[in-house]
Unconditional design. Structure first.
Length: 117
């Protein structure tokens, strides 16, 4: 699976961004699609995930209620809608895929999100 992330940028606190992750190479029916982030000087952090097959989702506590993960089956693309952004959301965001939900073996290249206060 090849993943191409996009949509990052600079936004003021309270603003919104939508990240996209276009997948190619395989059908995604057996995959969990995840979003992760890495802030400067910190470990990589889980953000959200979705089972492609049934659309079930799970979020980290830090983004629950503000971020929404979704998918477009026709475009083989997963999205991360980020609302009410905070400076602590500043990070490089990565999308990833895990077959059967076991291990994230496929990663996109990352997209920078910067939230100014």
């Amino acid at each position: 699976v090849q993943l191409q992330a996009s949509g990052g940028g600079l936004v003021q606190a309270g603003g919104s961004l939508r990240l996209s992750c276009a997948a190619s190479g395989r059908t995604l029916s057996r995959y969990v699609m995840g979003w992760f982030r890495r802030a400067p000087g910190k470990e990589r952090e889980f953000v959200a995930r979705m089972w492609w097959s049934d659309g079930s989702t799970y979020y980290s506590d830090s983004v629950k209620g503000r971020f929404t993960i979704s998918r477009d089956n026709a475009k083989n693309t997963v999205y991360l809608q980020m609302n009410d952004l905070k400076p602590e959301d500043t990070a490089v965001y990565y999308c990833a895929a895990a077959m059967d939900g076991l291990e994230y073996n496929y990663w996109g290249q990352g997209t920078q999100v910067t939230v100014s206060s």
